[in-house]
Design a binder for this molecule. Structure first.
Ligand code: BDP
Length: 680
């Protein structure tokens, strides 16, 4: 008792100390400040600059308000070809730090670099030279004009269309600032499932207001365009890209846009995909459609980002379809078209191999599309730090082969922007990797955690590294408890949250159903994409083609993506496939419980509101991990007929109970099932 009381008073004391540190370093926590430092108290920092214009003024102001380095900072334009349009150099000196760049954009990025170093507690001891790897680093918002967000889990859209252009939310500027601070320079405002109305005069005037706010932060606005807009907005009889009235309509539309927004970035287009209109409706190719729009944008310097996310059943394997449709179009796109390809060949699963389209169209500019929002990784309930996923991608697809990167935003109007406070790390990581894809996940988390979670506290090193590990292992944990060994798309229909490997609603497209992907039967499990199956492996270049083609060389983590194997197949570890599968699910659950422990250890040093929020979400994550494990192992166990290995704990649910959980097919936000709650 006495010991407990003493421990309690020690931890109360530590909470008070940590609380004092917090109040010294920041305002009351609500998550809205993201990773940006709090303003200095008292005197401003000394910043010397004679560079004119809004951008430079922002850079100066940010440093005056936030820089605590002691040295003064000089911002200076200095011509240097090697720095390009956005690069910068930071030169430490005696009592002064100098930032040079070719223009104010570079100076702004240089200013934010200094502030990031400050937040991460990194000293400046040598010259820093930075040039972004990609010219275009863009967030794709899947925001609808009615304020909802497709696959958004952080409230409603930030864009208050009904209030614009008259009323301006202060968050527009905060948003731009946050993006600039991590190097994002483009924003697609609306959903790829686009309403044509965004291109109406009424909406363009609203868009202009946002573009004007974003411009001084180096950010261009882009819009998702509906290919049938000429028909929908102005009743043209067709949207055929080779029809001259259609081409004229787009030209005039672009002229209208550029009169309002002279630096408009261009269009993002989802065409002939999941029911969206496109050139194929008129017997034309994707290239013909994209080029028609590109020619309307060309005089103004705009770009078309044309998505390759298509899967019309040209082949029995969905994973092959985008390649089949797009690869033959190589060389047929105008040079202001860039083909935007999801990282994997299916759809943002917890783990996919890279899409074989990358590198397969050498005469066509390509860009990668990542999903920052956690549609398939536990929504805003699970910690899944995605830098390791993107780092893995860049291990296969060389950044030099890409012209740009896009991330589907996880941002909404929640106070903390991203729903789960730790999901801010994914926004941050996307920006940082889009600037410098050679950064490691660890480097990124070492910047983000102190800047956001524990800066200014006396957190001991072992607790800090516990939090780093918590972040770094989180994506692999999700893979383990949801879809290990290359399994994919075991999700409940529609909302993609919980497990439903048995899901089979009447009339659904087969390639939206889990059984299409897992193919479990008494003979085994997995999708045979080897040469004896769908031969998707043939779409890959060597060495991957051969590596993936044979189960004996295919990496474990992609095994069931490429192969259908017997339950007693002998794995590299010596265990059977079934035992390995069971252990993977078990490991996922154990990792989440380790993540909970790391978070608990950090309690005395973390703002209480943040602490409790994450603690609660981690409890949900732990519950869901168990739910996934039980659902998948009980269901697959019916086919394998094999018992759980002795080192795997028994399920806490029965299959009947889990099958009875009605997940609903739309608008699923959190697993509020009393069944699952009561089981803990
Ligand atoms: C899928 C989403 C769907 C999107 C689609 C896309 O489930 O909501 O519209 O991707 O990327 O992942 O177009």
């Amino acid at each position: 008792m006495a010991v407990q009381a003493m421990n309690k008073s020690i931890s109360t004391f530590m909470i008070i100390v940590a609380g004092m540190l917090f109040s010294m370093s920041a305002m009351a926590y609500d998550g809205s400040g993201l990773w940006l430092p709090a303003a200095r108290q008292g005197d401003k920092a000394t910043v010397i600059s004679d560079v004119k214009g809004r951008k430079a003024a922002i850079a100066v102001q940010e440093l005056r308000d936030l820089w605590r380095g002691g040295e003064s900072v000089t911002l200076r334009i200095k011509r240097d070809k090697s720095l390009g349009a956005e690069g910068y150099r930071i030169i430490p000196g005696d009592g002064n730090v100098t930032v040079t760049a070719n223009n104010a954009t570079g100076l702004l990025y240089g200013a934010y670099h200094l502030l990031r170093m400050q937040s991460a507690g990194v000293g400046l001891d040598s010259v820093v030279t930075e040039v972004p790897a990609f010219d275009l680093r863009v967030l794709n918002h899947w925001d609808n004009l009615d304020g909802t967000i497709e696959r958004g889990y952080a409230g409603e859209s930030l864009w208050k269309w009904e209030e614009l252009p008259g009323k301006i939310s202060p968050r527009y500027k905060d948003y731009a600032r946050a993006n600039a601070s991590i190097g994002i320079n483009g924003v697609v405002l609306n959903n790829v499932n686009a309403s044509s109305r965004i291109l109406s005069r009424e909406y363009l005037e609203k868009v202009k207001v946002l573009a004007d706010i974003f411009r001084p932060y180096g950010i261009k606005v882009y819009l998702s365009a509906n290919f049938a807009a000429p028909m929908q907005l102005d009743s043209l009889p067709t949207a055929d890209p080779l029809d001259k009235n259609v081409a004229r309509w787009w030209k005039e539309k672009c002229n209208e846009i550029y009169r309002l927004i002279p630096d408009f970035g261009g269009f993002l287009v989802k065409a002939n995909s999941e029911g969206q209109p496109g050139p194929c409706d008129f017997g034309r190719t994707h290239a013909e459609g994209a080029n028609m729009m590109a020619r309307a944008l060309r005089p103004h310097g705009g770009k078309v980002m044309w998505r390759a996310f298509v899967y019309s059943p040209a082949d029995a394997d969905r994973a092959k379809q985008a390649y089949i449709e797009f690869q033959p179009l190589d060389g047929k796109f105008d040079d202001n078209v860039i083909v935007q390809i999801k990282n994997g060949p299916v759809d943002f699963q917890p783990r996919e191999p890279f899409s074989p389209l990358f590198g397969a169209m050498p005469a066509t500019p390509q860009m990668a599309e990542f999903q920052v929002t956690q549609e398939y990784l536990g929504h805003a309930n699970h910690i899944a730090f995605l830098a390791p996923m993107w780092e893995e991608f860049f291990g296969f697809v060389k950044p030099e082969s890409l012209g740009a990167v896009a991330g589907v935003a996880n941002i909404g109007d929640d106070d903390n922007w991203t729903g789960h406070p730790m999901a801010q790390a994914n926004w941050y990581a996307f920006g940082r990797l889009a600037w410098d894809p050679s950064l490691t996940s660890r480097e990124i988390v070492k910047e983000w955690l102190p800047a956001t979670v524990y800066g200014g506290t006396a957190m001991p090193d072992d607790v800090k590294s516990g939090l780093e590990e918590m972040m770094l292992c989180s994506r692999e944990a999700v893979v383990d408890y949801m879809m290990p060994l290359g399994l994919h798309h075991l999700f409940a229909f529609g909302h993609h949250y919980g497990p439903e490997p048995w899901c089979n609603p009447e009339g659904a497209r087969p390639d939206w159903l889990p059984s299409y992907y897992h193919r479990a039967d008494s003979a085994g499990i997995g999708f045979d994409r080897s040469p004896s199956g769908s031969n998707a492996t043939a779409q890959y270049p060597e060495p991957y083609r051969s590596l993936y083609a044979s189960a004996s060389t295919c990496p474990d983590e992609l095994l069931l993506w490429f192969h259908h194997l017997p339950w007693n197949y002998k794995m590299r570890s010596g265990a059977t496939l079934w035992d390995e599968l069971c252990r993977s699910y078990e490991r996922g659950c154990i990792t989440v419980s380790d993540m909970q422990k790391a978070w608990t250890a950090a309690k005395p040093y973390i703002d209480p509101q943040l602490y409790t929020d994450v603690e609660t979400r981690l409890a949900t994550q732990a519950r869901d991990a168990q739910w996934w494990k039980d659902a998948c192992l009980l269901y697959f166990g019916e086919f394998s007929g094999m018992p759980l290995p002795a080192d795997v704990t028994a399920p806490v649910h029965t299959l009947e109970q889990l099958r009875a959980v009605d997940l609903g097919i739309t608008n699923f936000e959190s697993p509020s099932t009393s069944l699952l709650n009561s089981k803990r």
